[in-house]
Design a binder for this molecule. Structure first.
Ligand code: HEC
Ligand code: HEC
Ligand code: HEC
Ligand code: HEC
Length: 463
């Protein structure tokens, strides 16, 4: 079908937008500060013809709201609700879709998040949601019936829809979903069977499309290059939107080339939208990226669900404490105070560093009971170390033992066995990367950061 070829031509227009590696500075160039939802740049001829505008996000990966580790972060459901509401005002008939993979891995806290994510996603009234591997990992029963989960290549059961039809000014729109049976996406729950991309599957879809009289067809896609190429070459779809296989939010990859066509791919970690206009009469498909930056207010409807979530996380924290508090006496962690007698210079430098304040920073935002935050803000979380500010105050903040490893045994009998010494912390930036990663510390550069927290490199005081 010719639309795809023209698509790549118009896409190039979009790609002339100065494109920096995604970072905070790049955002302003893509999203106009005032008009948050600009119309995509476009061929004037296309404007006169009826078109469908699709707003697509996905791959939230449990990043429900920016963590607040640094200023000016992207993403979050509270902003997403505001963005969709604004976009619907600007663009009547807007079709919202989601590429899925929104849940975090299935831990107990992950389940609380999944329960937060789905009703908020439902508020954006998506026409279709592709279930991702992270959704399927929870089992089909975890999928909210309010949400139209679509997997057109599922051949078992009715828990997932085969396709969705939307009436638009440009004609009947069919939305299909393809989740690859490869890459382990099939391995999780029972109750569905993903069929491979092959001519037989396409024939099945063509028959469905003819019966439903779809005039425009969109595919929500998560799979390999080969699978994408098959669908691209078939010419059956006016638009193929890809889920994002990457997790590096600082280097967003937002397009996918296939058989000479450049298809849009949603940003990872739910940091923004692809806004795509499909005009079936003229073969123009235009895509632009819209980032969820801090020009978007948090939607008030997100407030209560987030408060409830925090309350549940707190309850989980205290329930865990009840089962763990006896473990303290066997903890391999000692805390910085236990080092003072022999390494006074290091302890003094550490006390005056930002690291010593890292738990206080969480308390200040009411997140000192959230395990996902504590992991980087205290010593030995879930590794036999920090339990709570009351039980283990000596392990609050980022400590010697976050970098040097648990050192209780060493403090009792000072050999270097089991310690990460100056020799093994080489290069030292490796140890920083446990925590100074991605959106948690986008400006991190060892040369600039180390002097701010460095402790003297001096031998222990002998006594
Ligand atoms: C992957 C590790 C990691 C996780 C997880 C993490 N943080 Fe952070 N946080 C950091 C780092 C690193 C910094 C310092 C960033 C910098 O200055 O470059 C930081 C800084 C902060 C600060 C600013 C402290 C100050 O005094 O300016 C706050 C507030 C904060 N984090 C809150 C949170 C919350 C809330 C969560 C959980 C939702 C969280 N963090 C999860 C690593 C993490
Ligand atoms: C009783 C004295 C004493 C205490 C308490 C003590 N250390 Fe040490 N530490 C030493 C001695 C002595 C060495 C040198 C050991 C050697 O080289 O075999 C050393 C070496 C180290 C080294 C390795 C230095 C290197 O790179 O060669 C680190 C790291 C270290 N200590 C961290 C800690 C931490 C963290 C604590 C507190 C939890 C602590 N120490 C408590 C005496 C002590
Ligand atoms: C943020 C990570 C970090 C923290 C926190 C930290 N250190 Fe270190 N430490 C290092 C690195 C990296 C080196 C190696 C530095 C080098 O070789 O220049 C080092 C080196 C050392 C040495 C070896 C000095 C020598 O003579 O070679 C000792 C002893 C030591 N640290 C003790 C401590 C103690 C005690 C604390 C807590 C009060 C602490 N460190 C906190 C990262 C850290
Ligand atoms: C266990 C997680 C963790 C590790 C490992 C870690 N940091 Fe941090 N770092 C943090 C957190 C959390 C903060 C925020 C503390 C605060 O301000 O309350 C922080 C803050 C800082 C700051 C202050 C930033 C600012 O803007 O004031 C510097 C500098 C820093 N870290 C450097 C380093 C270096 C260098 C290393 C490696 C040698 C390192 N950190 C290792 C978690 C970590």
């Amino acid at each position: 079908m010719s639309p795809n070829l023209i698509f790549s031509a118009t896409f190039r227009v979009f790609r002339q937008v100065p494109w920096l590696p995604m970072g905070i500075l790049a955002v302003g160039l893509v999203v106009a500060p005032q008009a948050v939802w600009p119309e995509p740049p476009g061929a004037p001829s296309a404007i006169l013809l009826p078109s469908v505008t699709v707003l697509a996000a996905g791959d939230l990966l449990g990043e429900i709201t920016p963590c607040g580790c640094v200023g000016k972060q992207l993403g979050g459901l509270p902003r997403r609700l505001t963005a969709v509401e604004q976009a619907r005002k600007h663009t009547p008939g807007l079709v919202v879709v989601d590429l899925g993979n929104n849940f975090p891995p299935p831990t107990s806290q992950g389940r609380l998040k999944a329960a937060l994510i789905q009703p908020l996603l439902a508020r954006t009234r998506p026409a279709a949601v592709l279930p991702g591997p992270n959704e399927l990992a929870y089992g089909l029963n975890a999928l909210d019936k309010q949400l139209p989960y679509v997997a057109s290549n599922n051949s078992l059961g009715k828990a997932l829809r085969k396709d969705v039809t939307v009436r638009t000014p440009a004609g009947l729109l069919g939305i299909y979903g393809y989740l690859s049976p490869q890459a382990g996406f099939q391995q999780f729950a029972a109750g569905y069977r993903l069929e491979p991309a092959d001519p037989r599957l396409l024939d099945d879809w063509k028959a469905r499309s003819a019966a439903a009289k779809h005039q425009i067809r969109i595919l929500l896609f998560r799979g390999s290059e080969e699978e994408l190429a098959l669908f691209t070459r078939s010419g059956f779809f006016h638009l193929i939107l890809s889920g994002n296989p990457f997790t590096d939010e600082l280097n967003q990859v937002t397009e996918r080339k296939s058989a000479g066509v450049v298809w849009p791919q949603v940003p990872t970690k739910g940091q923004g939208f692809q806004q795509v206009r499909v005009t079936p009469g003229s073969p123009a498909v235009q895509a632009s990226l819209l980032w969820l930056d801090d020009t978007l207010a948090d939607h008030p409807a997100a407030k209560d669900p987030f408060n409830r979530y925090d309350t549940q996380v707190k309850a989980q924290f205290f329930a865990r404490l009840n089962t763990q508090k006896n473990l303290e006496k066997n903890s391999p962690y000692a805390g910085a105070e236990a080092c003072r007698a022999c390494h006074p210079a290091q302890v003094e430098a550490w006390e005056n560093s930002a690291h010593a304040q890292a738990l206080a920073a969480l308390s200040a935002v009411g997140k000192n009971f959230d395990g996902e935050c504590l992991a980087c803000h205290v010593a030995g979380w879930e590794r036999g170390g920090f339990l709570s500010a009351d039980l283990t105050p000596k392990l609050a903040g980022v400590q010697c033992e976050n970098c040097h490893g648990p050192a209780r045994a060493h403090a009792a009998t000072p050999t270097t066995s089991g310690l990460k010494t100056a020799g093994s912390l080489n290069p030292p930036q490796q140890v920083c990367a446990q925590c100074h990663v991605g959106a948690h510390s986008p400006q991190f550069e060892f040369g600039a950061y180390w002097p701010k927290i460095a402790h003297p490199v001096s031998p222990p005081t002998s006594n």
